[in-house]
Design a protein around this ligand. Structure first.
Ligand SMILES: *Cc1c(COP(=O)(O)O)cnc(C)c1O
Length: 228
């Protein structure tokens, strides 16, 4: 990996988030930055922790568990797709699972959480763009899914997550973020516990902030210096 100034990259990302918050009339600091550490060595991760980052995201269970053993004092988010046979490894180890995308996974998380005497905080992943390669429920499936999933005792649905398609001009994905926001508002009217939106990555996080993201998941802009 090239020599990159992780602390400087992080500062610039935080600055860009602040500006997007202000532009859209949101309170500075209302968006939480989840630093995505996939394929990033622990030495680089330590640099962002030293700069005050408290929340880290991994998309693979094995990598999350390994890094958590070395960095136990931060909050870990699972952001990638989760196999049911790996649920037992992440329960109690993560503050939030961003990728609940099917019924069997909901049942499994709930059953195992109950067995461990805890409730798992989760986001429902929505495939707003409808791309076949993407995980997540289709927008029209979300409400039925949620109305069943809120009955599961070991599950606490905190909001929604989406991944926008990668495009050259991030303005193109604004409608996707707007749509997710609309779906969330509709759900929140019925189930007030549903209030978080996880959306926005290196390529599109400023647009996501402007459209109401509560959590942005950013990797490359911090650890590789991509400007997005
Ligand atoms: C890798 C990843 C991110 C971060 O992507 P960058 O473009 O590196 O910022 C965010 N969310 C998910 C689900 C990811 O897998």
């Amino acid at each position: 990996m090239m020599d990159v100034d992780v602390a400087a990259n992080l500062k610039s990302v935080i600055e860009r988030i602040r500006k997007a918050e202000l532009r859209s009339g949101r309170n500075p600091g209302s968006v939480k930055l989840v630093a995505v550490t996939k394929k990033v060595p622990v030495e680089s991760i330590t640099k962002v922790i030293n700069e005050g980052i408290s929340d880290l995201g991994e998309n693979r269970v094995q990598e999350l568990i390994k890094k958590q053993e070395q960095l136990p004092d931060v909050k870990w988010h699972l952001i990638g797709s989760l196999q049911t046979n790996k649920v037992k490894y992440v329960l109690g180890k993560t503050v939030l699972i961003h990728s609940l995308d099917r019924w069997r996974l909901a049942e499994t998380i709930s059953r195992m959480a109950v067995k461990k005497g805890l409730t798992a905080d989760v986001l429902v992943q929505v495939n707003v763009s409808g791309e076949e390669t993407k995980h997540g429920l289709l927008p029209e499936e979300v409400e039925d899914f949620v109305s069943e999933a809120v009955k599961l005792p070991g599950l606490n649905i905190k909001g929604l997550m989406t991944m926008a398609p990668f495009v050259d001009n991030p303005e193109e994905v604004r409608p996707i973020f707007k749509e997710l926001y609309k779906i969330k508002q509709k759900l929140a009217a019925k189930w007030p516990g549903i209030r978080l939106l996880s959306m926005g990555m290196t390529n599109d996080f400023e647009i996501a902030v402007e459209e109401g993201a509560d959590l942005v998941r950013i990797g490359s802009a911090i650890f590789r210096g991509n400007t997005g």
